[in-house]
Write a protein that binds this ligand. Structure first.
Ligand code: FAD
Length: 425
């Protein structure tokens, strides 16, 4: 053990009780924090008060976020060339700052890069060229399929229920893929995206639903300026209003088969690998939202005098601040663990990432809710950020797989591991 010579306040970084940040990491955190404070936060606030149609309209200030973010020079592909532990920690530090700036914009910036990341992972140069410099999206859900989309093997469906083929599918022939149908209204960046990493049921010649009731899946890179693509109205919603969302319609959209990234036997695994990446991004981003809510409450408690006394002088308020911070640090720790697993485990796993996503977004929601409470009446007003953070965090409980459903999937996977011998020796 080590014995300290004097008692003093604990060493702390902007990213909390990080004991061993390098100078380089600290420099990057500060640069991204400045960007988040000066660009993302004011922009997120502005977009939050605009209509969904205006957020997605040409000339919207939203597009400034992509331009300014690009200037930071953060390249997710550069992270892939680093050792997994260094890459995952740096990515967590960066995305926490982005989420601290604005949760909705954090999601938008992360999803915008999905097609390029998927293209790179496929090793197909043509797809990398197609996706470079374009705003991306990730359509997976459909009007008839929401949470169940993450349950590719139908483990949670009651056995007597027949799988619905859904509202969007891709028909594969020797050299071509024809896509027909529509996504749900929830596709992040849907109204503004120029390219999609589309995951949908597919017919490889034997129909969409296999004899065992499981649907065939494919992952494809699809430019969204092709003939037959159209969009629905941008969606008005409760939170993350800086994130434009809406349906995408496909009417006989034709792409070459070589634009498929995962198909036939590997289709579902390809989709679930992207889901694993998405769950980690959500965790990183909403750790930042939780921290933003904590910092706001901490600030306010040191400013607000009520009955002649600062809030922070009340013992119970300090206890509540302590409770909030425990959740921020727990969210951060869970996120870093899932991020490292994504990069270093023998294979990515969606349920490890979604365990973290469900935990972190719940923590962010609880911290944001307590921030509203600590601000009292002021927490309910638009003058303070608390009500927006609360709405943004609340929205995340359903985003990217609804949290109860994700936790149900985790329980099933743990039970499967038990059946295979885990914990039984
Ligand atoms: C901010 C945001 C961003 C999003 N971004 C995207 C995106 O980029 N691309 C995309 O395609 N989609 C996106 N979505 C859609 C999102 O993934 C779905 O909304 C989510 O998976 C939930 O699906 P649903 O809304 O259809 O709810 P449902 O699946 O209908 O669930 C409704 C309720 O039923 C419960 N339930 C469902 N099935 C079961 C079961 N078997 N057992 C017990 N309970 C069950 C759930 O727990 C839930 O409480 C986004 C959503 C949000 C809110």
């Amino acid at each position: 053990m080590r014995i300290a010579e004097t008692y003093q306040a604990p060493f702390v970084e902007r990213s909390g009780f990080d004991a061993d940040l390098t100078l380089e990491e600290r420099g990057i955190v500060e640069a991204v924090h400045r960007f988040s404070r000066e660009v993302l936060r004011p922009l997120g606030r502005k977009l939050d008060r605009m209509s969904a149609a205006d957020v997605a309209a040409p000339g919207s200030p939203l597009f400034g976020a992509y331009v300014e973010f690009a200037k930071l020079g953060i390249d997710p592909l550069m992270l892939d060339s680093m050792a997994p532990d260094a890459a995952s920690r740096l990515e967590c530090l960066i995305m926490e700052e982005i989420g601290w700036g604005d949760g909705g914009l954090g999601v938008s910036l992360a999803v915008a890069a999905f097609p390029l990341q998927v293209a790179h992972a496929s090793g197909k140069k043509e797809l990398v060229e197609l996706a470079t410099g374009r705003i991306g999206c990730w359509p997976i859900t459909q009007p008839d399929h929401g949470s169940d989309f993450v349950d590719t093997l139908n483990r949670e469906r009651q056995q007597h229920v027949k799988t619905s083929p859904g509202n969007l599918s891709a028909k594969f022939s020797k050299d071509e893929i024809v896509i027909n149908g529509q996504t749900s209204a929830w596709v992040s960046n849907g109204p503004v995206a120029q390219i999609a990493s589309l995951c949908c049921p597919a017919d490889f010649g034997d129909g969409i639903v296999r004899a065992d009731g499981v649907r065939n899946m494919a992952v494809m890179i699809v430019p969204l300026d092709l003939k037959g693509v159209s969009r629905g109205m941008p969606l008005e919603k409760m939170g993350q209003n800086a994130l434009p969302q809406g349906e995408i319609f496909f009417d006989n959209v034709r792409i070459p088969r070589r634009w498929a990234v995962a198909e036939e036997a590997s289709g579902a695994a390809g989709f679930l690998s992207i889901l694993a990446m998405a769950g980690v991004f959500m965790s990183q981003c909403f750790t930042g939202v939780a921290r933003a809510a904590f910092e706001l409450a901490l600030d306010y408690a040191h400013e607000r005098k009520q009955g002649g006394e600062l809030l922070i002088r009340h013992q119970l308020v300090r206890w509540r601040i302590g409770e909030m911070y425990k959740k921020v640090e727990a969210a951060r720790a869970m996120t870093r663990r899932a991020s490292l697993y994504l990069r270093a485990a023998p294979a990515p796993h969606p349920n490890v990432s979604s365990m973290s996503k469900a935990f972190v977004t719940q923590a962010a929601f609880e911290v944001a809710s307590e921030a509203v409470q600590i601000l009292g009446g002021a927490g309910l007003t638009k003058e303070y950020e608390a009500e927006k953070l609360f709405r943004d965090a609340r929205t995340a409980l359903i985003e990217d797989g609804e949290n109860y459903f994700l936790t149900l999937r985790l329980g099933t996977v743990l039970s499967d591991l038990y059946d295979q011998g885990w914990t039984r020796n």
